[in-house]
Structure formats: structure tokens, C-alpha cells
Design a protein around this ligand. Structure first.
Ligand code: CA
Length: 472
């Protein structure tokens, strides 16, 4: 998930106290993320390829007739793993389990093929007939070497003794355990001869786009659940207490490909990445309201948690100043909750917001089926703010940034003395002393930082300003 955050982000640009009410706290703004196209009727390794290369390795290409399919072994961007292109019908984890109904016996398999399989690698096409779960016939067609142009092929298939009731199919662009980067195979019009039926979408004309939607400025698990082709836990609802939309949390349980997890939470954070992010927020007290509607399953209860933090410059650690937890009982109509935390012993500088569709506390298990609508979160006008963004005159000119972070200081009488960069865990990454002569435009090289969101602590002659930036 770490890799994904650098690709699919909507950075939190200069979110300051004075802009708090402009945040997407009413869930009116949603963003659609398109991932890739998938061939209908099949499953692929695109999700795995996407995790490590940001791109699918099973793709639609122009074929000899309409569109064709390409499977390619791709190397991960940040490690040495190579992901084979895999296309299948059935249950890959327990191959040849699963499959689709099919009761005819073909003489042979025909189609068009083009490939370049690297030395030491072998692509395969596998068909297996089954009856009552037992494999009746199994054909494994190995592919090696190079065929530069689409060429028609015919391969005789093994004829089972009994009529099958189902069929499974697998095709790869290389060895499944040690694929070699760059091997690819392209096929079109995969047809059985002498049967009345074909495998659905065997011409590879039907593709569906895989995409998901997320509320801007909120971190959800929708990317993961979409990649795994399951229901999303966070969806846009037109059942709103304010405006056109609210946030609907409906928990999902994913038990697929080794993942065994419950997803039923959302956090203020980095859109598209699932990474929670604190909101820079300065105050020594805290008031809030929000609206909710909740249809719990059994005795479930939802949760909204606000956490206030402070970065202690003396000890260089992040301290939790408060945890405010609202346990929400069922309510068939929208209801407003308000609460406050006041007066804190020290000023908070950041806030986290977490919303849970079910009860996670005290070892309780949240229930599938609970539905929670949240809308119109409001946070108090801040009192006792020191040196907010407007007054400090600080502006970040390059955000998101890949190499040089440029910070402009418009307050001539309040020069910048020092700039410190902290990561999401509030660990100090970098510290730069700034000479007064250079303090109107400060440039910091951030090229070596890993892609992520960071905090900038800008120390001026009078006061400290906290800003965020995104390194890409
Ligand atoms: Ca709304």
C-alpha cells in the first residue's frame, strides 16, 4: 500500500486553521479513480501487477479481428519481483477448482497468437474439463520462443471419456514461479472446433473499466477492495442531511487471495491511498458537531473518534492531548451530535478524524450489514490561535514536489530562521538553518525523501507555522 500512495494522491494543500470549514466535511466532493480495463468473464493478475508496477499486465490491444488480449511479465518498480501476466476462469488458489458450466467436447482449440517468450521462460495455455469436480481431461499447451506476427494456430485437445459439466482455463505469459521480465503473449479468437458453444468473451471484445469513487480528503480501503473485485466499504449516498451527498459506510469482509480482513472505517487523509493523515490544526480547545444516521446489525454501534495531538519541540515527540470518542446508537433518521474538549493543557497542532461503521473497541467484533451515514462535520472556530497561515506570510510554491521545495515568506519583518521536516510519525527528517538574507525565498532539496506527505515546521523570528507538503 505504501507504493500506491505516491501514485494516487490528492495532496492536502496548505490546509490551515483558517480554511478548516472548506474541507470536504460535508461529503459533497467525490473523486473517481480509474484503474484499468478487465476482460469480462475472466479474472486476471492485474491487481497484483498494479500493486507493484502501477500498471496492469493483462491489457486490451488491437487484434487480427477487433480487439485481442496481451499478457506480459512485468518487473516491480521498487524491488526485483516479476509479476506474470495471468488470465483465468476458475479458482486459481485451488486450480483446477471452480470454472464455468460447459458440457461439450471440442476437437481442438484454434485462435491467433503472437509472442516473445524470453529464454528460460515458458508461457502456457491450460484447459481442463471437469465432471462433478473431478478433472476428466487436461491440456497444457506450452509456448516458447518468438512469433513476430499474429498467426492462426490449431491444437488438438484431449478428449475425455465422459461428457464434462464444467471447464477451467488458465493462460500465463511466463513461468508462474520464476517469470522472466518482458516475456509476452497475445491471443485473439480462442475457439473450440466442433462445439456449439464457446467460452464467453473468447474473442476478447468485451472489457469493463475498473474504477472506484472516494470522498476527497478521506482515506478509505476502496482502492484495495476494488483491486480485489469486492464491494467498496465507503460509498456516496444521496441520503444526506446537508447538500446532495453524505458518506455511507457499509462494512465488507474480504477473504480472497490470502487476505482475511474486515474493512469498515474511513479516516481523514490521503484520497486514493488509504493513508490516514492528521489535519494541521491549532487550538487549545475543540468543539464539533456532525450528523449521522445508523442502521446497526444486531447490537452493533458505530464510532466517531477525534484525536488531538501536539508536537513537543522540547522532547521532539508527538503527544496525544485527547481522544474524544462518540459511540453511536441506531437512528433511522439523521441526528446531530455535538461535543467538545476544552481547555487543553497545551495547544494542539494536529487533529485526526476516524469513522467506524461498527464497534471495534473493547475487543468487540463489528458486524457485517451495519450501515452508517455521516454528513456535515463541523469544527469550531478556533480561539487562541497563534500565528495562522495568513499572518505568517508563508506560502509553499512547489507542492506536490519532486526535487526542490520552495517556500516563500512575504513577511519581511518576520524572517524564517529554521525549517524542519517531519514525517507522518512526527519524526524529524531534516533541519535547515536559514540565513536572514535568504529568508524571503527558501529552497530545500527534498529529492532523497521517500514519496509521502510531510509536515513542515517553519520557525520564524516570531512564531512557528506548520504546513504540509507532498513529496512525489
Ligand atoms: Ca452533504
Amino acid at each position: 500500500m505504501k507504493y500506491l500512495s505516491s501514485l494516487l494522491f490528492l495532496c492536502l494543500l496548505n490546509i490551515g486553521v483558517n480554511q478548516a470549514q472548506e474541507l470536504n466535511f460535508n461529503f459533497e466532493r467525490w473523486q473517481e479513480f480509474y484503474l484499468y480495463d478487465e476482460p469480462k468473464g475472466y479474472e486476471t493478475y492485474n491487481f497484483q501487477s498494479y500493486f507493484v508496477t502501477f500498471a496492469p499486465n493483462v491489457t486490451k490491444i488491437p487484434g487480427p479481428i477487433g480487439s485481442a488480449i496481451r499478457l506480459e511479465n512485468k518487473r516491480a518498480l521498487l524491488d526485483s519481483a516479476v509479476v506474470p501476466g495471468v488470465l483465468y476462469i476458475g479458482d486459481l488458489a485451488q486450480f483446477p477448482a471452480g470454472g464455468i458450466p460447459f458440457n461439450e467436447i471440442a476437437d481442438s482449440l484454434t485462435g491467433y497468437i503472437r509472442f516473445d517468450i524470453k529464454p528460460g521462460d515458458t508461457a502456457i495455455i491450460v484447459f481442463a474439463y471437469k465432471r462433478l469436480g473431478i478433472t476428466l481431461g487436461f491440456d497444457l499447451i506450452p509456448i516458447a520462443g518468438t512469433l513476430a506476427n499474429f498467426t492462426k494456430f490449431t491444437v488438438p485437445l484431449t478428449k475425455p471419456f465422459f461428457a464434462p459439466d464444467s471447464i477451467v482455463f488458465l493462460m500465463t505469459s511466463g513461468n508462474t514461479n520464476n517469470p522472466i521480465e518482458g516475456s509476452f503473449v497475445e491471443v485473439d479468437e480462442l475457439k473450440f472446433t466442433n462445439t456449439t458453444k464457446q467460452v464467453p468473451n473468447s474473442s476478447f471484445e468485451d472489457w469493463e473499466s475498473i474504477s472506484f469513487e472516494e470522498p476527497e480528503e478521506w482515506a478509505t480501503a476502496n482502492l484495495l477492495t476494488t483491486l480485489l473485485r469486492t464491494k467498496n466499504s465507503v460509498v456516496k449516498s444521496t441520503d444526506a442531511s446537508e447538500g446532495d451527498y453524505s458518506l455511507l459506510l457499509q462494512p465488507v469482509y474480504v477473504n480472497k487471495l490470502g487476505l482475511n480482513r474486515f474493512f469498515g472505517a474511513t479516516y481523514f487523509g490521503e484520497t486514493g491511498s488509504g493513508v490516514p493523515t492528521p489535519i494541521p490544526y491549532k487550538s487549545n480547545k475543540f468543539n464539533y458537531t456532525f450528523s449521522y444516521k445508523y442502521l446497526p446489525e444486531a447490537n452493533d454501534s458505530a464510532l466517531v473518534i477525534f484525536r488531538g495531538f501536539r508536537f513537543n519541540t522540547q522532547t521532539q515527540t508527538r503527544e496525544t492531548l485527547f481522544v474524544k470518542l462518540d459511540l453511536l446508537a441506531g437512528s433511522p433518521t439523521f441526528k446531530t451530535v455535538s461535543g467538545n474538549v476544552g481547555l487543553l493543557p497545551a495547544e494542539m497542532d494536529s487533529l485526526m478524524i476516524e469513522i467506524y461503521s461498527g464497534n471495534y473497541v473493547n475487543g468487540l467484533t463489528p458486524k457485517l450489514g451495519s450501515q452508517l451515514w455521516i454528513d456535515n462535520i463541523k469544527i469550531n472556530e478556533v480561539t487562541n490561535t497563534f500565528n495562522d497561515n495568513k499572518e505568517s506570510g508563508i506560502k509553499i510554491l512547489t507542492n506536490p514536489v519532486s526535487s526542490t521545495l520552495t517556500i516563500q515568506n512575504n513577511a519581511i519583518d518576520n524572517p524564517v530562521n529554521q525549517i524542519e521536516i517531519y514525517n507522518q510519525q512526527f519524526q524529524k527528517i531534516k533541519s535547515s538553518q536559514i540565513r536572514e538574507s535568504q529568508s524571503s525565498t527558501v529552497e530545500i532539496n527534498v529529492q532523497s525523501l521517500p514519496a509521502s506527505n510531510y509536515f513542515l515546521m517553519i520557525k520564524q523570528k516570531s512564531g512557528i507555522t506548520v504546513k504540509t507538503f507532498t513529496k512525489i
